[in-house]
Design a binder for this molecule. Structure first.
Ligand code: DGY
Length: 331
């Protein structure tokens, strides 16, 4: 009998076709998420799941899944899956790194430029017909070039942002749990500093850490107070890394100068203090949303699921321990 796969939400059709060519596929082309109960129900009798960041595979959910061999997440982030619990349950977990690095870095830069140069305010000003004359200080913003950029998390996406910043002749500071190699620091002209110093010296702070217990609310009221009153905070990582209430308050009180946000604590809800805040440029979690990248992410997840269900090690495996344990059993 062919293995059965659940695709939880809409993905690019070629990825669905690939899975259908080898497996029984349960797929509804919908963007609606599933509750834990619905997820459990639909997964029953399947061996693989192609999931998205809105599907929550908590320890409790994972404990009830029988026969599942792989969860192939269509995202680089995997905070929606308790990977330790999946490993214990012998479930392989995969993600879609690399293909979205440059696309996400582009959006971080777009948010930085838009917030600094008040692009969204300008857009509304023109569309609403308010623009009547040119004035010397009409919508004056901040320069990005030759300013200091603080990158929190110099992983793949953080490095891609640093490369773009080089083109804008920016000074680059970074903080991270681990220091980058000397070669990377030299190439990117990035200086490793403690987070407090980065916050105090940067004109722009761009966040690129994964969400974990250590990074949840990494930026709260205390950290925002360390920033310059003109500084702009950009977040394209995960919403809960920033305390949204504290950020709304900091923008309202002029503690910092602006924000460019693609991610939120409780998507698709946005803190009311950020809505209608002219200094906050907001996007609906579209960091990796180019046609090419989202198509590649869909295909990568399908290929990961395919490999796992055909007994091959998936290319983007997050928990090799689960694979090794499985190989020991079959040896
Ligand atoms: C990811 O891949 O983690 C993004 O946030 C979703 O595209």
């Amino acid at each position: 009998m062919k293995p059965a796969v659940l695709i939880t939400k809409r993905i690019y059709p070629e990825a669905v076709d690939l899975l259908r060519s080898r497996f029984e596929v349960d797929y509804e082309a919908t963007d609606d998420g599933m509750t834990a109960e619905q997820l459990r129900e639909r997964i029953r009798g399947k061996q693989g799941v192609v999931s998205q960041l809105t599907d929550k595979f908590t320890r409790d959910v994972l404990a009830t899944l029988e026969g599942i061999r792989v969860i192939a997440n269509v995202a680089v982030g995997f905070d929606n899956v308790d990977v330790a619990a999946a490993t214990e349950a012998g479930i392989l977990v995969t993600n879609t790194p690399d293909v979205l690095t440059d696309t996400t870095a582009d959006l971080a830069f777009a948010l930085m430029l838009a917030a600094a140069r008040r692009l969204v305010e300008g857009h509304h000003f023109v569309h609403s017909g308010e623009w009547k004359k040119w004035a010397i200080d009409l919508l004056v913003g901040q320069d990005v070039h030759h300013r200091t950029l603080g990158i929190v998390g110099l992983g793949r996406i953080g490095q891609a942002v640093a490369r773009r910043a080089g083109g804008f002749s920016m000074r680059i500071l970074y903080s991270d749990a681990f220091r980058a190699s000397e070669q990377a620091e030299r190439e990117l002209k990035a200086e490793f500093v403690p987070l407090e110093r980065l916050l105090g010296e940067s004109d722009f702070v761009s966040i690129h850490v994964p969400l974990s217990a250590a990074t949840r609310r990494l930026i709260g009221a205390e950290q925002l107070r360390l920033m310059k009153p003109t500084a702009i905070l950009v977040n394209t990582s995960r919403g809960p890394v920033v305390d949204e209430g504290a950020l709304a308050e900091a923008l309202r009180g002029g503690v910092i100068g602006g924000a460019g946000l693609d991610v939120f604590e409780q998507e698709p809800k946005v803190h009311p203090g950020l809505l209608n805040q002219p200094r906050a440029v907001l996007a609906p979690h579209i960091g990796s949303a180019s046609v090419e990248t989202r198509r590649k992410m869909s295909m990568m997840a399908a290929e990961n699921a395919l490999a796992a269900l055909e007994g091959r090690r998936p290319p983007n495996l997050l928990n090799p321990e689960a694979w090794e344990r499985r190989s020991e059993k079959t040896a």
